[in-house]
Design a protein around this ligand. Structure first.
Ligand SMILES: [Zn+2]
Ligand SMILES: [Zn+2]
Length: 367
């Protein structure tokens, strides 16, 4: 006789099919449609999660455009992108003992890790060889019911609702990880090219909460208003200022920034970042430009003369994500988002693709 493993005796009815945003015509002319797809069955070590909310991340668009040096989603038989979701566990695999049906759970970009290699042992598990990407190699959070390995599923703390938790799973934890890696200290100048975007606007808040002085760089009055509201000490509008780097140096005591977190994805953002740093300053590469379109770096003379550091940081680990969620639980990190109903998921993707989004777009699976 089959024995249901529900952890606590709670049963949540699981339908046979569910709604999913799926990619059609992968490549430069892709579009997203909402379809009915089968609800997957958890393997022995998985949990099945019902998404309540998913954020829309520009990486999803990269995967659908196929402009990163990665095999396409279709190579893995995946049709739904999405890697920043929040919901509730509705079914447990037979071996799962540390989750209960009804527990709140989040989906972040890294699907799993081996926990048996040097990278996993040193807090770099997102670089592990066995750390695939959800929404690329496994169906992602545009699908309402998805699987996640129990050991790598994120718990969502009390006081953080699903619309807040979703975007923190990728953007918030990614920029938390980058700020942590930068080693910047309270009082240091942190500069965010792309400060009004999904990742940048959370970086501004976290850096402020950590006691740094923050300069936002972005284009347009809407982004400026958002950045100043979130606590930027200064804002540089690249559509209005002739030399952005010069302006940043002027603001940062005439010496330049201690850290420049490039959350923008343009070649110009990457090209100007080293020019904004002070001696010993750091450029953190966070935003993903389409392959071959940008270079992070500078003339070696600048590296030597400025003791320049250029560092790439990836998405957040389990711990980074936990920490970022804790900032939210304490009211220090509040993603700014616009909610779209599920039927309008394709419109949300199009809007982000146009580049005109201040903050984050989040899809509500229950409306
Ligand atoms: Zn993302
Ligand atoms: Zn590993």
């Amino acid at each position: 006789m089959a024995v249901e493993n529900n952890g606590n005796g709670v049963q949540i009815e699981v339908p046979k099919t569910c709604k999913a945003g799926v990619v059609v015509d992968e490549g430069p002319n892709f579009r997203v449609e909402v379809e009915d797809v089968p609800v997957p069955e958890p393997g022995p070590n998985d949990v099945l999660i019902r998404m309540n909310a998913t954020g829309i991340c520009y990486s999803d668009i990269h995967y659908m455009l196929m402009d990163l040096p990665l095999p396409p989603m279709s190579h893995f038989g995946v049709r739904s992108p999405g890697h920043e979701g929040a919901g509730v566990v509705v079914k447990l695999g037979s071996n799962v003992t540390n989750w209960k049906v009804g527990d709140r759970a989040g989906i972040k970009p890294a699907y799993d890790a081996c926990f048996n290699c040097e990278l996993c042992w040193t807090g770099k598990e997102t670089h592990c060889d066995e750390s695939p990407q959800i929404g690329l190699q496994f169906p992602g959070s545009y699908q309402q019911y998805i699987l996640s390995p129990a050991r790598y599923t994120q718990r969502i703390p009390d006081g953080v609702d699903d619309f807040t938790a979703g975007p923190i799973m990728c953007s918030g934890s990614t920029i938390y990880a980058s700020i942590k890696e930068s080693g910047l200290k309270p009082g240091d100048w942190a500069v965010f090219p792309g400060a009004g975007g999904g990742v940048g606007h959370m970086g501004v808040q976290l850096a402020k909460a950590m006691g740094m002085r923050v300069v936002g760089i972005d284009g347009g009055d809407e982004k400026k208003e958002l950045c100043m509201k979130l606590g930027c000490d200064a804002f540089v509008d690249f559509t209005k200022v002739k030399d952005v780097a010069e302006e940043v140096v002027k603001i940062t005591d005439g010496k330049g920034a201690h850290g420049v977190f490039v959350t923008a994805t343009s070649a110009s953002a990457y090209a100007s970042a080293p020019m904004m740093t002070r001696i010993g300053g750091k450029v953190l590469c966070v935003g993903l430009p389409p392959a071959g379109t940008a270079v992070a770096g500078a003339d070696p003379l600048l590296f030597v003369g400025k003791n320049l550091h250029i560092i790439g940081t990836k998405v957040g680990t389990l711990l980074d994500t936990q920490r970022a969620l804790e900032f939210a639980a304490r009211g220090l990190l509040k993603p700014i988002y616009e909610v779209f109903p599920l039927a309008k998921l394709p419109d949300a993707v199009e809007k982000l693709r146009s580049g005109k989004v201040a903050g984050r777009l989040v899809v509500d699976f229950n409306s």
